[in-house]
Structure formats: structure tokens, C-alpha cells
Design a protein around this ligand. Structure first.
Ligand code: FAD
Length: 559
């Protein structure tokens, strides 16, 4: 969890793992974005964070303690601040400045399904909003402590429900508690020669309940499947009932209810148990390629996926991501050797492709050979394992670097979408242009880059990163302008509003574009059955009205 005493309450991970922005990277940001290069804004002290007084009356607190035990209800400052926000750029801005958008009035830690049910029934009776809290790594406002129409809001932290409670090694499934973090799950499974294969960039802190609730995708999801494909059974506790879906390999018993609960983002109830597919641990083999252009690279990846020979990890950086990535790698001996290696092969510019093959060499050899033929047919050049291995070893470091970039007054944010192959290039151009235009209009030119990292037979994901000099005093407005422009471009160009970050508060206003008004009515009908008083995670996933609701940065916002 990102909420232990040793973790940064205002950022990512622990101080001892912090990284600095390398001097050559600062030089690049100074030259291209006008960033001053002077480290300036660290976070305020925890004591200086502005918090509303807890609004939970003491008799309510005692009633919750009677359900989960005296030690499992917290109202202290640290517990509340640590569950006041997720880990998106806007969250970090608010936390660092000591002005989160409110905080839960209490944190409640249930031990099991029955305690969750008890808490939810009590909160429904008493009109207390409930925000399920897993790893707290949401980047879309999913754990914002929104009260909605209720007098108080609690964070329901699932950290005590964090065990592998059954392992079926014949069927290759594990039953896990929702609060179990991915690394701990893998630690337990690896001892039996098994692994989950869910590897999001937030891996170190993500909980499995949170991953299922957000329909997450990991870096190896091209080969192993998104979390939706790994879930084979689950249990949901809701204020007005429960849903128990036993693990089955397949079924024709009506529509698949599992799919209603996966991605439900805590608005229907709390996922209290999950049956997940697991797989034998396999060795990894990495390959790097350079495609001549992003367009050619996309065509090559389409060829790999549609010929069913794609690697488990298939990732293509655009020209800008490749350029900046190489520049950030710096002028050390390894980077110089790699530059010489590229020159010798007449590779200049181009787009890095990372291929990660899971499995014994003998087993992957036919796919690797076919993939090589397809990549070469699209003009790609093999550049050895080094750049792909470098990506693999540094892949969980970006969130640490983000904290350091914020210290230097840099806006750094990511967003993602997916589209059909026939529309992918148009979607890419539209979103990229929208980000450049929105930030350029404000006088803060941007670096915008993108990669493809999840392949499907019919299309792929696009993951954008953008950086700009922060507009001092108007950081949230600047972020919002960029985010809205990109989201509008996504919707206008036929992409999905989110490929894996989920909806939360930030994307709720575009849900009608995504599923239509009848689709929204269907989701609301499910909510009305399971959560008739509407206490579950107000303001998330479902827009509050026909109008468009988004996170408002203003201090007057209601929580
Ligand atoms: C640096 C960084 C990198 C990221 N990389 C990826 C990535 O590669 N792939 C990806 O998919 N996402 C990524 N994310 C987004 C985030 O990590 C995912 O959305 C993740 O799945 C959330 O899990 P969590 O345990 O942190 O959930 P939380 O943030 O705690 O909760 C997320 C949402 O789910 C609800 N929820 C949590 N637990 C439950 C439960 N048991 N029952 C019902 N509702 C629940 C919450 O109320 C909230 O609405 C990244 C985030 C960051 C900060």
C-alpha cells in the first residue's frame, strides 16, 4: 500500500528509492521547455496539510468499531491524509501544496467479507459515503473522498484482506483477498513456481482488488491478457446484497455477470474475493528493434498480432519518445556505445520496439522467427537486447522520476486510449495535436510522446506522456486544459476514453460518449439494486447528471 508510514504521503514510494533528474535531462528540459532547472517546490510538512474537521459523529465511530474492532477505525491526520487522494498529477499537486480536496472522515479496515457487509449495511442505514481503497494508485480521482449528498465519508481500506486463501495448482487458479498487493501475491506464488503476470507500471503498490475494480492492464497483457481475462470468479459485497460468482472456465448461463463487476470501480459494492488465473514462471528474453517510423512500426505490430506471433510484451515508442528516451539515457559509456552501434547500422531517428518473450527459447523460437520476418518486412532493424533490457530494468522507475520533475516545476502527466487499427494513426495525430495546441495556447510549449503497448487483433492502445513548464499559480488549470483537450480529441476521433486507467471522476463526463445514455441507465439500474441509497463511491464512473461532471479544482468544491 502506498499508505504505510514509510511511504511518501505526497508522492511515490519511499525516500530511500527517490531519484534525481539527471543533469543532462534537466539540460534538455531547460532547452526545450524553458524549465528553470532550479529545484524549487518540495511538499509541505504533513502537519501543514489543510484538513476539514472529521465529520463522523463519535457514536458512528463506535458503531463502526463494534463491527471491525477498536483498532481498525482511524481518524488521525496521517491516516486521513494518506487516503485523501490517488497518485495522478493533479493529486500530487494538491497533496504537495497541502490542499487535498478534502479527506475521509475516518479510515475503516475490515478483516473479511462479513465485516465489509456489516460496514456497508451500517453506512447505508446511517447515510455515510464509502470509498473502497486498495493501493491508492488511481490516477483518475477514483479514491477521492467524495461525500456526495451524505454528511460523512469513510475510506474502506482493504489492506487487512490480503492473503492468498486458496491455490488450485491443477486448475492454475488462486483465490486472493482484494487488498493483496501484486508483489506480495507474486512472492507467495513464485515459491510454488507460479506467477500472476499482471505487471502494471504501478506494480509495487497496486492491490489486486483495485486492479480488478479498474479493469487494469499490465505491461505483458498482450501475451498474458488484461486483468479482465485473468479473473475467473469473484465475490462482491454490496449494501443491499452480495454476488458470488464461482470460478468456472466457461459458461452459457446468461450474460457474464463477472464483466459487470470487473471495472465497477467501487460504485456497486466492494470486491471481497477474487479467483485469478496464474501461470508457471517462465524465463524472459528481450529483443530491441528500430522501426523506421511510428506508422511503419504500428503496421509491424499489427502484423505480429494478426499473425498470432506477438511477444508477451510488445511496445513501440514513437519518434519523440525514442529521441527523448535516448537523450535521457545520457552521455555515459553505455549510451555512447549504443549510439555508435546504431550509427554502424545506419539507424538514425526511428522508433524503438521492445519485444519481451516469455518462455523457453525452444518454445518461443518459431514465433520469434516469424516476428523477425514481419518486423524486417516493415523496415525494422534488430538492435540487440540492450535497449529492451534497459527498458525492462527501469520500467518501474518513472513514478519516482515524476516526483523529482515536480520539484523542478515540470508538468508531467500521462493519458491513454485505444482504437481500431484502421483508425489508430488518426487517433494518435489528433490527441498529440490537441495536447500541443492546448499547452501551446497557454504559452507553455510541450513535449508530447506516445507508445503502443497493448495489442489486440482489432486494434491497440496509445499511451501519451506530456511535459511542460508549470504555470506557477495556475498548475491545475493548465493540467485541466490539456486533459480536456486530449479527452475531447479522443472522443471526437473514435477512441475509448480510457484503455486501462479507468473512469474515476476525471473521465465520468465522457461516459455517455462511451456507452450511450441507455448504457448509462443500465449501469445505474445495477447500482440502484445493489446500492439503493447511493453510498458507494459517489461521483465515480457514473456522471452525476446528464451534464458533464469533472474534478473541479476550485476551493469551493463540495466533498
Ligand atoms: C505511476 C502509475 C502507473 C500506473 N500504471 C498503470 C498500468 O500500467 N496499468 C494500469 O492498468 N493502471 C496503471 N495505473 C493506474 C492504477 O495503478 C490502476 O488503476 C490500479 O489498477 C489501481 O489499483 P489500486 O489498488 O491502487 O486501486 P485504488 O487506487 O485503491 O482504487 C481504484 C478504484 O477502485 C476502487 N476499488 C479499489 N479496491 C476495490 C475493491 N476491492 N472493490 C471495489 N472497488 C475497489 C476504488 O474505490 C477506486 O475507485 C498507474 C498508476 C500510477 C500512479
Amino acid at each position: 500500500m502506498l499508505v504505510g508510514a514509510e511511504e511518501r504521503w505526497w508522492g511515490w514510494g519511499r525516500d530511500e528509492d527517490a531519484v534525481e533528474v539527471p543533469a543532462h535531462a534537466l539540460e534538455l528540459l531547460r532547452g526545450e521547455l524553458g524549465v528553470s532547472g532550479q529545484a524549487r517546490r518540495g511538499p509541505v510538512a504533513l502537519d501543514a496539510v489543510k484538513l476539514p474537521e472529521p465529520a463522523l459523529p463519535s457514536e458512528q465511530r463506535r458503531a463502526l468499531e463494534a463491527i471491525v474492532g477498536d483498532d481498525n477505525v482511524g481518524v488521525d491526520r496521517a491516516a486521513r491524509v494518506r487516503r485523501a487522494a490517488g497518485r495522478g498529477y493533479a493529486d500530487l499537486l494538491r497533496l504537495r501544496s497541502g490542499r487535498p480536496e478534502g479527506a475521509p472522515d475516518a479510515v475503516v479496515w475490515p478483516a473479511d467479507h462479513d465485516e465489509v457487509r456489516g460496514v456497508l449495511e451500517h453506512c447505508a442505514d446511517e447515510g455515510i459515503a464509502v470509498v473502497p481503497f486498495g493501493g491508492g494508485t488511481s490516477v483518475v480521482g477514483g479514491v477521492d473522498p467524495v461525500r456526495g449528498p451524505f454528511a460523512a465519508v469513510i475510506a474502506l481500506d482493504l489492506a487487512r484482506m490480503a492473503a492468498v486463501t486458496a491455490l488450485d495448482e491443477r486448475s492454475l487458479t488462486a483465490h486472493v483477498g482484494p487488498g493483496l498487493r501484486a508483489p506480495e501475491a507474486d512472492r507467495i506464488l513464485v515459491a510454488r513456481g507460479l506467477t500472476l503476470g499482471h505487471l502494471p507500471q504501478s506494480y509495487e503498490y497496486v492491490s489486486l482488488g483495485g486492479a480488478v475494480a479498474t479493469r487494469a492492464a499490465g505491461q505483458a497483457s498482450t501475451g498474458f491478457g488484461r486483468i479482465d481475462e485473468l479473473v475467473v470468479g469473484m465475490t462482491l459485497a454490496a449494501p443491499a446484497g452480495e454476488v458470488v460468482l464461482a470460478p468456472t472456465p466457461a459458461s452459457a448461463a446468461g450474460p457474464r455477470l463477472r464483466d459487470l463487476l470487473v471495472g465497477s470501480e467501487g460504485v456497486l459494492g466492494v470486491i471481497t474475493g477474487i479467483d485469478l488465473r496464474v501461470r508457471p514462471v517462465a524465463p524472459w528474453r528481450y529483443e530491441g528493434w528500430f522501426a523506421p517510423t511510428f506508422a511503419e512500426g504500428m503496421e509491424a505490430l499489427r502484423g505480429l498480432e494478426q499473425s498470432e506471433c506477438a511477444p508477451a510484451i510488445a511496445r513501440l515508442s514513437d519518434e519523440e519518445e525514442t529521441r527523448v528516451g535516448l537523450a535521457m539515457a545520457g552521455g555515459g559509456p553505455k549510451a555512447r556505445a549504443f549510439a555508435a552501434f546504431l550509427r554502424a547500422r545506419r539507424v538514425s531517428g526511428g522508433c524503438l520496439v521492445v519485444a519481451g518473450w516469455a518462455g523457453d527459447d525452444e518454445r518461443t523460437a518459431p514465433d520469434r522467427a516469424q516476428a523477425a520476418r514481419i518486423l524486417r518486412a516493415h523496415g525494422a532493424v534488430a538492435v540487440g537486447a540492450a535497449p529492451a533490457r534497459a527498458w525492462a530494468s527501469g520500467r518501474f522507475r518513472a513514478p519516482y522520476l515524476r516526483d523529482a520533475l515536480l520539484d523542478h516545476g515540470v508538468l508531467v502527466e500521462t493519458l491513454e486510449t485505444a482504437g481500431q487499427w484502421s483508425n489508430l494513426a488518426r487517433l494518435y495525430t489528433a490527441v498529440r495535436q490537441a495536447l500541443h495546441d492546448a499547452l501551446g495556447r497557454r504559452g507553455t510549449p510541450a513535449l508530447v510522446w506516445c507508445h503502443v503497448s497493448h495489442l489486440y487483433a482489432t486494434g491497440a492502445s496509445l499511451y501519451f506522456t506530456f511535459l511542460a513548464r508549470q504555470e506557477a499559480g495556475r498548475e491545475i488549470e493548465q493540467w485541466r486544459a490539456a486533459k480536456e483537450a486530449a479527452s475531447e480529441a479522443v472522443v471526437r476521433t473514435g477512441g475509448t476514453i480510457t484503455h486501462h486507467h479507468a473512469v474515476g471522476r476525471d473521465h465520468a463526463r465522457w461516459m455517455a460518449d462511451e456507452v450511450g445514455t441507455t448504457g448509462l441507465d443500465l449501469l445505474r439500474a445495477a447500482k440502484a439494486r445493489l446500492d439503493p441509497t447511493g453510498i458507494m463511491n459517489p461521483g465515480k464512473l457514473l456522471p452525476e447528471s446528464a451534464g458533464r461532471e469533472t474534478r473541479d479544482p476550485g476551493p469551493a468544491r463540495q466533498h
